[in-house]
Design a protein around this ligand. Structure first.
Ligand code: NAP
Length: 177
């Protein structure tokens, strides 16, 4: 891990769910645009591979935080770890999220409670903590990844669609007023 965050006068983006999928692609774009990166995911092995590769490839600093966002204290612990490392976050990307599929009376409640924690609660918690800091800094950007699922209820994915509607509604009022 390259941890020269302070001596490089670059902006830093924190991306959740950065080890694969959309988060991974966003991470590549931020790296190409010379952002230092704080990458959060529960997949330790994939994060380590990324942290080994990116600094040399793009000349940026990368910090990885292995964290399960379905755990209620995860957002607070991420915020604390970032501050202990004296890293200033300029862009927060709340990307981590997942869904499940099936009749609501048959699907796994624990999976849905975890989904609500990751998609809504940790996203809201991280937004609250970093937004306050960004307001103090006088600048900052937050991208909350929702979905077209935000715009209507979804058959066999009732909870997932509802979480995405929450993200869309919450982001409109918390980030745009
Ligand atoms: N793919 C689509 O078509 C689509 C469309 C609209 C919106 N979205 C939204 O875009 C976002 C990313 O989706 P994606 O398709 O790129 O998902 P993905 O390929 O499953 O990647 C999500 C990443 O987040 C991580 N993650 C999941 N749960 C986590 C947790 N509890 N704590 C920490 N990390 C966790 C995953 O780790 P693991 O590999 O360990 O699970 C994975 O690395 C989600 O919010 C999704 O709802 C996706």
């Amino acid at each position: 891990m390259n941890s020269d965050f302070k001596i490089q006068h670059r902006e830093t983006a924190l991306i959740t769910g950065a080890a694969s999928g959309i988060g991974y692609e966003l991470m590549q774009i931020f790296a190409q645009n010379q952002y230092n990166l704080v990458l959060v995911d529960r997949n330790q092995q994939k994060l380590s591979e990324i942290a080994d590769e990116l600094p040399n490839k793009f000349g940026i600093s990368v910090k990885t935080i292995v964290k399960d966002l379905s755990v209620s204290l995860a957002a607070k612990e991420i915020f604390t770890e970032v501050n202990h490392s004296s890293i200033k976050i300029d862009v927060l990307v709340n990307n981590a999220g997942f869904g499940n599929y099936g009749l609501f009376n048959e699907t796994d409640l624990n999976a849905e409670l975890e989904m609500m924690q990751v998609n809504m609660v940790s996203l809201t918690h991280l937004t609250k903590l970093f937004l306050k800091q960004m307001v103090k800094q006088g600048k900052g950007k937050i991208l909350n990844v929702a979905s077209t699922a935000a715009f209507q209820p979804g058959p066999l994915m009732a909870v997932y669609f509802a979480t995405k509607a929450y993200i869309f509604s919450f982001s409109q009022r918390s980030l745009m007023n």
